[in-house]
Design a protein around this ligand. Structure first.
Ligand SMILES: Cc1cc2nc3c(=O)[nH]c(=O)nc-3n(C[C@H](O)[C@H](O)[C@H](O)COP(=O)(O)OP(=O)(O)OC[C@H]3O[C@@H](n4cnc5c(N)ncnc54)[C@H](O)[C@@H]3O)c2cc1C
Length: 173
């Protein structure tokens, strides 16, 4: 059996009237021992809409703290985008799990991804490398994220991000 996660395939343009064939197979599991029991199904509505965002500002362990993640929210706000995170950022408690991008998070393809303090591990790239434009900010010029980035900024995000916010705000005035 093969399954494909939502967002992994590039959606085709909408085709009015297109229909798929649903083939129902009844599974005969009589006598088969199933070692897993579903105790409860809990559905929690997500408050973050990463998949629907054209612009995502994504933070990694390099952001340094939960407080500092506010800087990324500020950048996302001036751009009208959403904030995502790497697994390291989630594990360190810098941002919520529903913001995680990558193999074990969500797969996104925004028009613009601004990656801040993310090294670019394969598991992370799996969830964002098809973004239309990627800007990466990292202090390490050899960070793998620069291999997929269209624009790379080698520098401290604490210096670069406030400058970006200032520049974007002054353009809007
Ligand atoms: C089975 C499995 C599944 C996984 N699934 C995922 C997943 O879904 N998503 C995911 O992201 N990871 C996933 N991972 C983890 C992944 O391998 C990496 O550990 C993780 O992506 C690293 O996160 P990071 O880049 O934020 O942290 P790090 O690798 O620690 O990188 C931090 C980066 O920040 C830079 N930096 C530090 N300070 C600054 C600064 N002031 N300014 C700018 N840059 C700075 C550093 O140079 C570094 O490149 C998975 C791993 C496994 C084994």
């Amino acid at each position: 059996m093969a399954t494909v996660r939502e967002g992994v395939m590039k959606p085709l343009p909408r085709e009015e009237g297109r229909k798929g064939e649903i083939v129902k197979h009844s599974a005969h599991l009589d006598g088969v021992e199933i070692p897993v029991e579903v105790v409860e199904i809990v559905r929690k509505a997500s408050t973050v809409n990463l998949k629907g965002s054209r612009i995502i500002v994504c933070g990694g362990a390099g952001v340094g703290s939960k407080e500092n993640f506010k800087l990324l929210h500020d950048l996302a706000n001036v751009l009208g985008g959403a904030v995502g995170g790497s697994r390291a950022a989630v594990d360190l408690g810098y941002c919520e799990h529903e913001r995680q991008i990558g193999q074990t998070g969500v797969t996104v393809r925004p028009a613009l991804m601004i990656s801040c303090g993310v090294s670019g591990a394969v598991q992370h790239l799996a969830g964002m490398q098809d973004s239309a434009k990627i800007i990466a900010i990292n202090t390490d010029k050899d960070a793998p994220i620069f291999k997929v980035a269209h624009y790379g900024i080698v520098g401290d995000l604490n210096v670069v991000v406030p400058k970006l916010i200032k520049a974007i705000k002054s353009k809007g005035e």
